[in-house]
Ligand binder design. Structure first.
Ligand SMILES: [Zn+2]
Length: 94
């Protein structure tokens, strides 16, 4: 069992071939005040371009940071879980 809740924040597609590269997933702790952890998951990768790299979480666009801020606020306020997971993932090009 995971001690955190997961929310898909974004889906990255390749700038060259347009195929899916990875999903950006946020892990929200049940402990208040803990920053969401973000990780790339490449299990459904379709892009085979060697040059395509995923940005480090710290280098993600502002739209991702806004979404993470919303998730953090929703988690802190103990709002319904659907508010954290109900929004469609952001489309990112890498
Ligand atoms: Zn590609």
């Amino acid at each position: 069992m995971s001690p955190a809740r997961l929310s898909d924040v974004g889906i990255a597609s390749c700038r060259s071939c347009g195929r899916v590269v990875a999903t950006l997933r946020a892990e929200l702790s049940f402990t208040p005040g803990v920053e969401p952890a973000v990780h790339w998951y490449e299990s459904e990768r379709q892009c085979r371009c060697r040059a395509t790299r995923l940005p480090r979480p710290a280098a993600l666009p502002a739209s991702v940071k806004v979404r993470l801020g919303d998730l953090r606020a929703a988690a802190a306020a103990a709002r319904p879980w659907e508010e954290l997971t109900g929004r469609p993932p952001l489309r990112l090009v890498v």
